[in-house]
Design a protein around this ligand. Structure first.
Ligand code: COA
Length: 261
């Protein structure tokens, strides 16, 4: 039995600007109320004092096996579960930084939903994705019906959610559920390489790019294009925009050393 003080999600903030969120909840990283609560609190902390890039991982064997089924009951408990998972995952999705999911193993149900709430999924060859809720006679309650549709399209999302079928890494890559598949042993190195590249980049421009793309998804094309214009103007108030443009004029492309401001 967990006490209220048990740590089931950890946050490591590294000197190079990379923040690593690690789920560490027992055998399968079930997304219990304690996990979603701590995840939401960590997301709040990162929103108030953002690092340069965020990694979400469940460790070497499993990403997360979904909501904690032992906390299910009737509709009243269901409301609490779905609100808690949505609150945590929406807070992760809304972070003003690139969020990379490092998926080493099973990402099922809420685990798949957490991976999809991140901006980018790097999966190991051992990763398995799926929305198996239908096999319990229920439906995804952490954003699965919506975010899966966005990633893989309407018909594939329906097939996966209605059968509960598990998707291996190579298929996940093919249908757009995973963005990269890496040998299991090389997964962490690749994730750190990508995170390091982002951490050395123009942080303000990265944040505004994410904002433009995410906000545009909820707007008409015309409104999204207008929003991009405003954010394009805004980015020129950043120190890095001056550094980047000046560096290009003096030394050519790709040589700028950004400050992150
Ligand atoms: N919630 C609560 N407990 C869970 C769980 C979940 N989502 N998923 C697994 N567990 C528990 C199991 O009941 C088992 O408990 P026990 O050791 O007390 O018997 C323990 O975690 C290990 O699970 P097990 O199935 O033995 O491990 P495995 O390595 O063989 O398989 C999974 C791992 C993730 C493939 C498998 O546990 C699974 O399919 N889990 C359910 C996924 C799911 O349906 N998620 C959607 C929830 S709505």
């Amino acid at each position: 039995m967990l006490s209220a003080m048990d740590t089931v999600v950890t946050l490591e903030r590294r000197d190079d600007g990379i923040a690593i969120i690690t789920l560490c909840n027992g055998k399968v990283n079930a997304l219990s109320r304690a996990v979603t609560g701590q995840l939401a609190a960590i997301a709040d902390e990162l929103r108030n004092d953002p690092p340069k890039v965020v990694i979400v991982t469940g460790g070497d064997r499993i990403f997360a096996a979904g909501a904690d089924i032992s906390e299910f009951g009737g509709p009243e408990e269901a409301r609490e579960v779905t609100v808690a998972i949505h609150t945590a995952l929406d807070a992760i999705a809304a972070l003003p930084r690139f969020v990379i999911a490092e998926v080493a193993g099973y990402a099922l149900g809420g685990g798949c939903e957490l991976a999809m709430a991140c901006d980018y999924r790097v999966a190991s060859t051992k990763a398995v994705f799926g929305q198996p809720e239908i096999l319990l006679g229920i439906i995804p309650g952490g954003g699965g019906t919506q975010r899966l549709r966005e990633l893989v399209g309407i018909s594939r999302a329906k097939e996966l959610c209605l059968t509960g079928r598990q998707v291996a890494a190579d298929e996940a890559l093919r249908i757009g559920l995973a963005d990269e598949v890496i040998d299991h042993e090389a997964l962490r190195d690749r994730v750190l390489e990508l995170a390091g590249q982002i951490a050395r980049g123009a942080t303000v421009a990265q944040a505004l790019t994410k904002q433009a793309i995410d906000e545009g998804a909820d707007l008409s094309l015309a409104d999204g294009l207008r929003r991009e214009q405003d954010l394009f103007v805004e980015v020129f108030t950043s120190e890095d925009s001056q550094i980047g443009v000046q560096s290009f004029l003096e030394h050519g492309p790709g040589k700028a050393e950004f400050t992150g401001h």
